[in-house]
Design a protein around this ligand. Structure first.
Ligand SMILES: [Zn+2]
Ligand SMILES: [Zn+2]
Length: 283
């Protein structure tokens, strides 16, 4: 059981409501919570209860079809779906690796970055239109091994200015990241083929991944993060509609840039983890 998820539920739990209400109101509270409170049931509906106001749900791990060849939904659609699901924002974390999901193997650095940013830019533009926050992140793979890292706090200038940084490897990149206020989380570290990274070069670990069908890998990730006192993160790993709103975080303050998000995460200011429903294995 993930502690972050437990804390989240406590904030808007039935117990909390019942302590304020008489026993006559108990069945009513239950009905309202299970009907409308996405924080309890993860029903994909926005929560309008006063106890849940002032909370900002953000999905931290999202791929767009434009920039990740394994994803099938456009940034434009993603923004609408997540807004309808009651989220405040999303972080677009498209894949970035030397040999994966690039326009061509001999593309220039600028062409690679432009391709990587295309999905984010489309989502961002649509978000501006409808009042939905879209932040820039990345799922980065170095050439040294098949591990994936979720990166927050980057901007276009940083990306353009550090050519071939996927050749650096985690240890060297961590130094550069720290100098630039960038956070590195190992994504789904216990999936097959992944290798556990040296915790000295991580800020955190993704301990809930919405694309997993069971708890096993995430529970191990949680134990790993706890043992090394690393930050914890939850994200949907959205590639298609089946992953919609299965993970993310709840903040108690607004963030408007990737750097602001990185700051809140680093300081661990009331960051609560969403532990969504698992995908049914037969889907
Ligand atoms: Zn993917
Ligand atoms: Zn991913």
């Amino acid at each position: 059981v993930l502690e972050g998820g437990d804390r989240r539920v406590t904030r808007c739990s039935v117990t909390e409501i019942s302590s304020m209400a008489t026993s006559v109101l108990w069945p009513l509270s239950m009905a309202i919570l299970y009907g409308y409170c996405g924080h309890v049931t993860v029903t994909h509906k926005p929560c309008h209860l006063p106890l849940c106001m002032g909370l900002y749900k953000i999905d931290t791990h999202i791929h767009t079809s434009r920039s990740s060849c394994c994803a099938i939904v456009s940034g434009r659609e993603i923004v609408h779906w997540y807004k309808d699901a009651g989220y405040y924002g999303v972080v677009i974390t498209d894949h970035f690796a030397r040999d994966y999901s690039m326009p061509s193997l001999n593309a220039t650095w600028e062409e690679r970055i432009e391709h990587f940013l295309a999905g984010y830019r489309e989502a961002y533009a649509e978000g501006r239109k409808i009042g939905f926050v879209v932040l820039l992140g990345m799922e980065l793979r170095f050439t040294e091994n098949p591990n994936d890292y979720l990166v927050y706090g980057i901007d276009e200038e940083f990306l353009m200015g550090h050519e071939d940084f996927y050749e650096m490897g985690l240890a060297s990149f961590k130094k550069l990241a720290s100098e630039n206020g960038i956070l590195i989380y190992q994504a789904h570290p216990f999936r097959p083929v992944m290798q556990l990274a040296d915790p000295a070069f991580l800020d955190g670990v993704e301990v809930f991944n919405g694309a997993h069908t069971g708890d096993y890998e995430d529970n191990l990730a949680y134990e790993f993060a706890k043992a090394h006192n690393l930050l914890m993160l939850s994200g949907s790993d959205f590639h298609s509609r089946v992953h919609l709103a299965r993970g993310g975080i709840i903040l108690s303050e607004e963030v408007h840039t990737s750097q602001e998000l990185a700051k809140v995460l680093r300081e661990n200011r009331n960051v609560e983890l969403i532990r969504g429903e698992r995908i049914k294995p037969n889907r």
